[in-house]
Design a binder for this molecule. Sequence first.
Ligand SMILES: Nc1ncnc2c1ncn2[C@@H]1O[C@H](COP(=O)(O)OP(=O)(O)OP(=O)(O)O)[C@@H](O)[C@H]1O
Ligand SMILES: [Mg+2]
Length: 273
Amino acid sequence: MTENGKFRHGDPNRDSAAIIEMKNIEKHFGSVIALAGVSFDVKPGECHCLLGDNGAGKSTFIKTMSGVHQPTAGEIYFEGKPMHFDDPCDAISAGIATVHQHLAMIPLMSVSRNFFMGNEPVHRVAGIRLLDKAHADAVTMEEMRKMGINLRGPDQAVGTLSGGERQTVAIARAVYFGAKILILDEPTSALGVRQTSNVLATIDRVRKQGVGVVFISHNVRHALAVGDRFTVLNRGKTLGTAKRGEISPEELQDLMAGGQELAELEGSLGGTV
Ligand SMILES: Nc1ncnc2c1ncn2[C@@H]1O[C@H](COP(=O)(O)OP(=O)(O)OP(=O)(O)O)[C@@H](O)[C@H]1O
Ligand SMILES: [Mg+2]
């Protein structure tokens, strides 16, 4: 812990309340050290923001959390047990869902078909397995309504939704199919103000349902609007984690920019930054 108590590095004792805990994660790509000992955990019902400048290692870090990359070193604990994700399917089955900025959706297909893509409900009619469209439609309408979006109908094409609404479809889908951890990689970066607030409201809703949200952003204001904790990455290292209320927007912004605050922090952390 730092002298001012504001920023802490990963607790040496594992935190059993966390859904996932990543400890001292390193990732090397040949001679490039993308992550040099990052610790990060996510608890149920919280939004833990991961901030950092371009190239800080944010995407690499969440790719190790979601099974896309295997860490070069470090440990992952999932629900208190050591865990190794061989591939993204492993992480998805454990309940780790990732919503990317560029969503995997088919614009001309209906919201309902997109919602259930890969998880189509079937029923038997005269012994033949058919898509249970009525069920898919009813669930889609209801889940979107819960997220504050009233569709014209389940057949409305995804392409007619705004960017923020599409993000909400992807989030609602992940939560409906049992995500315990929801990773959002820059979900607001390409959105206008109103759509951004819709996505932030969606994050708030799913957090209240007990999902642990990892929210990656460049934008301190967006992060502060919904974040419970904030971790800043800088050149593959974590500058520490602060709780909501413990850090001002200016301090967070300075950390992101690696400004004056960074130099002070370096002193208080004994030169480990
Ligand atoms: N597959 C890879 N091979 C080699 N180097 C990589 C690879 N992926 C990432 N890197 C390097 O790792 C570092 C961290 O990249 P990363 O994409 O994780 O940063 P980021 O914080 O997500 O940045 P941005 O905000 O631009 O998305 C960069 O120096 C990048 O060039
Ligand atoms: Mg990135």
